[in-house]
Design a protein around this ligand. Structure first.
Ligand code: ADP
Ligand code: MG
Length: 735
């Protein structure tokens, strides 16, 4: 590998044009935030009052849209967009590829006289018919027509994305099959939200609250982690080009043992990129708030202010798309993969989650004295019941080829789902098990800083536990096991449905005790909470999730431990694991099966890509370099002998030759194994799960063996002969 500096002599920092405000100076964020969003404000300006109010009801889920209103909205959207120079629109949806999909249409049509005019009607806004046969459907549509429809989701705002070459209107959509099968990640989310609302309404009625006019919102704030690598370096790695992670490569001399990257100052070149990213995101209304260096070298995190789940999830998709696009403009490769570099901290997406309502309550806010807050305790018990009953489904919802490398490794939670509550709540739950309300005064939760002049900080009711997959963090849960590249609609849908199911169980018990007015007395509520506290003991865990003790303990407690994706999906296939999703109306039985098939197929195909590229890199890069080195060592040994040097040491030659032989052997064994599963028949629906098991349990080990051999060889090859940018170069010479 040549020195990257010689390849890339000038790494300039790209500057960006900020929007200009009224003063003529750079505009401040509130002046341009959401300027490319077809927001309520725009609707209010452009539609009659009655239409505006009707649309607000549609957006809050109270009404569905009618064709008349859709027609007037379409006109307003088109006028608003074309006035700003937008030429195309697209239905933007989330098929199960893990990415978003879009097909652009121009706002044009022929009129009756045969002239081109601008046109965009109700049906163009509301419905599209992409060629669905090319999207993953898990075979469910083969029995029906191979048709899929996109349908406008009016609850998530329409927006304009712009770049140097034009502007396009994006219409957030669901993606359905001809008979209503859900083919995307958004539909289950919207359904799960509805399921949760039904149970929350029931619960509040038992607790004697008037629910007229009450609206609930699932809230989500995803923290996004990623690596930023110089594009010139990344593009010389075939593995990063096609698989998004390195499949060979030796750990560098330094990783993150000094903890000197985390929260360090952001490198100028990266900050320039993040500035531009934020600017683009602000224009489309994504409230990005924090940015910081993460644990590993070249690793960063950004997070928005939380929003309604549906919107937050669309915004996270936008964030992931724009990270790639803006990164590219700054000559970076942004790696969203869960484990781009072996031995290094992986990328996660901490999905912060709660439920709130239009009366300003957050149902996970314990207040000052949680034991007094009956609603909080009841909701919390429903959440715990849901997680405890459906932990295996939750595990499956975050399963992916990438996340397999991360779960259970450095800084990532294990593949066992448990809940961390923190000291105070744990004590309350233990008390509840015995039917007692433990009093923990708010005054105890003050942390005296012991420095005169500094006021006391309110201590979070929870410590941090970085090893827990699902941790309570003061007034929300943090689902930390989600992978960085994952579209979060799906895990959040499963989480919502699990909680809805937990609440349903709780509600059904309360129902037995209701009086003639439909309310339940406090004593009876506590009796039910006490039952639930005992039943959810197994899933509550405050200790170290990394320890082997926990694995043994979790098994004793009856928690599932599905170590990899095929095991997690096989678990999910069991009716007792997934039937709650069907009962909650989130997925049909067919949807579940098709999803398992799609995810398994994705698992196998991605693994095959990784395996092929690993073989290619060894055969066309590393081995030829090794032979060259062996050749040159042999040649110099001969020369030395010719020159009459008697004690020529052949140690290095022998070492390199042995390592090369070991690599050849492990390569052969790996290739033979890969050949067994690389044919089309291995991907057939009835055998694919088996194939996936073989890949995960047998072939991956061979891959790792080959990698170990290749990496040992890397350790002895002269630097100029190693054919790819090394870990050291990528991680410590990217900027
Ligand atoms: P951390 O210390 O884990 O980084 P932050 O305070 O930065 O925690 O919050 C992380 C994310 O959680 C942010 O996106 C934040 O907006 C979000 N968040 C805060 N409150 C809620 C809530 N009630 N529901 C959902 N997300 C929330
Ligand atoms: Mg966090």
């Amino acid at each position: 590998m040549l020195s990257p500096n010689s390849l890339y002599p000038e790494r300039s920092v790209r500057t960006i044009d900020r929007p200009v405000g009224e003063s003529g100076n750079a505009a401040r964020v509130p002046e341009y935030f959401g300027k490319n969003v077809f927001s309520s404000k725009v609707v209010e300006q452009r539609l009659e009052k009655g239409d505006f109010e009707a649309f607000e009801r549609v957006r809050s889920g109270e009404e569905s849209i009618n064709e008349g209103l859709a027609g007037r909205l379409a006109q307003a959207v088109k006028d608003w967009a074309t006035e700003q120079g937008v030429s195309h629109y697209c239905h933007w949806f989330q098929p199960q590829t893990g990415m978003t999909a879009e097909k652009h249409d121009a706002f044009i049509d022929f009129n009756d006289e045969g002239h081109i005019i601008e046109k965009f009607g109700a049906w163009s806004l509301m419905q599209g018919e992409p060629d669905a046969s090319s999207f993953p459907s898990g075979g469910i549509r083969s029995t029906f027509e191979a048709r899929g429809y996109t349908g406008w989701d009016p609850r998530s705002p329409i927006f304009i994305l712009e770049n140097e070459n034009g502007k396009t209107l994006y219409i957030p959509c669901v993606f359905l099959g001809y008979h209503g099968e859900s083919l995307d990640f958004k539909t289950p989310l919207l359904r799960s939200d509805d399921a949760l609302k039904v149970e929350l309404n029931r619960l509040l009625t038992f607790l004697d609250e008037d629910t007229t006019g009450l609206h609930f919102d699932t809230t989500v704030g995803p923290e996004q982690e990623f690596f930023v690598i110089d594009k010139q370096l990344a593009m010389q790695r075939p593995d990063l080009r096609v698989a998004g992670r390195t499949v060979v490569g030796k750990e560098p001399a330094k990783t993150h043992e000094l903890d000197d990257h985390y929260f360090g100052s952001i490198p100028t070149r990266v900050q320039a990129m993040l500035n531009e990213l934020e600017l683009e995101l602000y224009k489309v209304g994504v409230p990005i708030k924090t940015r910081h260096n993460e644990v590993a070298p070249c690793q960063f995190e950004v997070a928005p202010i939380f929003e309604t789940a549906n919107v937050a999830i669309d915004h996270n998709q936008l964030l992931m798309n724009l990270l790639k696009i803006v990164g590219d403009r700054h000559d970076f490769s942004v790696l969203l993969h869960e484990k781009p570099f072996a031995g290094m901290n992986g990328n996660g997406k901490h999905v912060n989650w709660s439920v709130s309502d239009n009366r300003g309550r957050n149902y996970l806010d314990p207040g000052k004295t949680p034991h007094e807050n009956l609603l909080f305790l009841t909701f919390l018990s429903g959440v715990l019941k849901g997680i405890s009953a459906h932990e295996e489904a939750l595990r499956a919802s975050i399963a992916s080829f990438g996340n397999d490398h991360r779960l259970g490794a450095n800084e990532a939670p294990p593949a066992i789902m448990s809940v961390f509550l923190g000291d105070v709540l744990s004590r309350i739950m233990s008390g509840l098990e015995d039917g007692k309300i433990v009093s923990v005064g708010a005054e105890k939760a003050l942390l005296d800083l012991g420095v005169t002049g500094l006021q006391n900080l309110r201590k979070d009711n929870t410590d941090r536990n970085r090893t827990s997959p699902f941790a309570f963090t003061g007034n929300k849960f943090e689902f930390r096991a989600v992978g960085s590249s994952a579209p979060i609609g799906y895990p959040v849908a499963v989480l919502n449905a699990a909680v809805a199911s937990g609440l349903r169980d709780l509600n059904n018990r309360l129902d037995r005790f209701k009086n003639s007015g439909g309310q339940v007395s406090q004593e009876k509520v506590l009796e039910v909470l006490s039952e639930l506290a005992r039943e959810t003991r197994a899933v509550r865990f405050e200790g170290d999730g990394y320890s082997d003790d926990w694995k043994a303990e979790a098994e004793k407690r009856g928690l599932s431990h599905n170590r990899n994706t095929p095991a997690a999906l096989a678990g999910f296939l069991k009716p007792e694991v997934h039937s709650f999703l069907v009962e909650q109306g989130v997925l049909s039985e067919n949807d579940v099966k098709s999803r398992i098939f799609i995810q398994t197929e994705r698992y196998v195909k991605h693994r095959l890509i990784e395996m092929r590229v690993a073989i290619e890199m060894v055969e066309t890069g590393i081995l030829p370099s090794a032979y060259e080195y062996v050749g040159s060592l042999t040649e110099s040994a001969h020369k030395l002998k010719e020159l009459g040097v008697v004690n020529v040491s052949l140690d290095q030659l022998k070492t390199v030759a042995d390592l090369t032989n070991a690599l050849v052997k492990s390569l052969e064994s790996f290739k033979t194994a890969v050949a067994k599963v690389s044919g089309d028949e291995a991907l057939e629906e009835n055998v694919i799960l088996q194939t996936a098991h073989v890949v995960a349990d047998e072939i991956l080990v061979k891959h790792e063996n080959m990698r170990a051999a290749a990496d040992s060889l890397e350790a002895v090859l002269p630097a100029h002969l190693y054919p790819f940018p090394t870990y050291g170069e990528m991680l410590f010479n990217s900027y």
